[in-house]
Design a protein around this ligand. Sequence first.
Ligand code: FAD
Length: 365
Amino acid sequence: VDRAAALVTELAAGQAEEWDERAELPRELIRELGAKGALCADVPESFGGLGLDSQDNGRLIAATGETCSSLRSVMTSQGIAAWAVSRFGSAAQKAEFLPRLTSGETAGVAFSEPAAGSDLAAMSTEIVQDGDTIVVTGSKSWVTGAHYASLLVVFGRFGNGAAMVVVPTDAPGVSVERIPSPLGCRAAGHASVRMDRVRVPAHHLLGGAGMPIMMLVSSPLTHGRISVAWGCVGILRACLREVVRHSSQRVAFGSPLSQHQLVQRHIAELYAGERTATYACEHASLEWDTKKPRYMATAVLAKHVAAEQAARGAASAVQVLASAGARSSHVVARAYRDAKLMEIIEGSSEISQVLLADEAMTVWA
Ligand code: FAD
């Protein structure tokens, strides 16, 4: 994990601001990290991954998030796609797709639709088997990394249930259109994807076809939630670093900002936020690794706590840096915009609260 994190830092440090302004990550960077297995580092080594457990993968994701949330977003999507194949793919599907995801190709994951965001059960994309091909028709929205991806894991209706299918972005009938000027993670390559009677070979249909939609999405979403939560830890660490640096150097009213008690409150809360989010993530990763019975709810808790802390902490960081951080792609300004989006994705704060209320009603009944 240290080698992978050092590689991310070596390739990405100091460049996130420029990438954010250009709204583009260098494709060679994505290819290089992908080819080293670092974009889905929990894939077993036998398939070209780094074989990290969730705990160590989390540390890598946090280090990436501390450097660049756009790159971390691409890593999260790649991780979910690889997990979907690992969890639901047959031996032949794993042997076909996983080595592609650890040799430089990237994948996006398409759940959301214009009329189905929080309410994924309302999705209308159709996946139909037609002899030895699978036909996919539908529209997906906000697919992170689709701009860079050669593969998409697409969720849709399949008979009375749902299914996942691997769709190459260059298949006839696929159109990928970038979302202009996203609020944050501007270089993450979010796109709308239209699929008009796209035909792929039958072996692109992953296992689990026919399961109820919410059951099918739960495991990939849980993987994504843990990843996003660790990404938020990275945002908090980037903010802490800036706040500590700036508040010890900048003098106001004759003493460094860090000596003023109301600034100290910001520093204390940011530190408490980073620690709380880290502990929640470590716990979620431990439960994932040891497959504890309530690990899915623990992942929701980690994502919720980490996203809320990141949004609050980034706002504090902007406040402490004041004019020094008030440039649109400055590290704390990026954190402020990126963190807000973390309260929306992978189950918004409200959806997280609904799920956590259910959990409380079960555990405390
Ligand atoms: P809506 O579902 O319309 O919700 C609007 C508001 O109502 C929210 O505040 C929500 O919390 C609240 N709300 C909705 N239902 C309830 C309820 N029952 N109780 C209380 N409050 C409720 N999708 C993908 O498939 N793949 C991706 O890679 C991906 N990446 C994304 C990246 C970014 C930066 C963003 C912004 C979105 C991304 N999405 C992706 C889409 C994302 O999953 C959805 O935006 C998210 O699920 C919320 O759906 P929505 O935007 O349609 O909001």
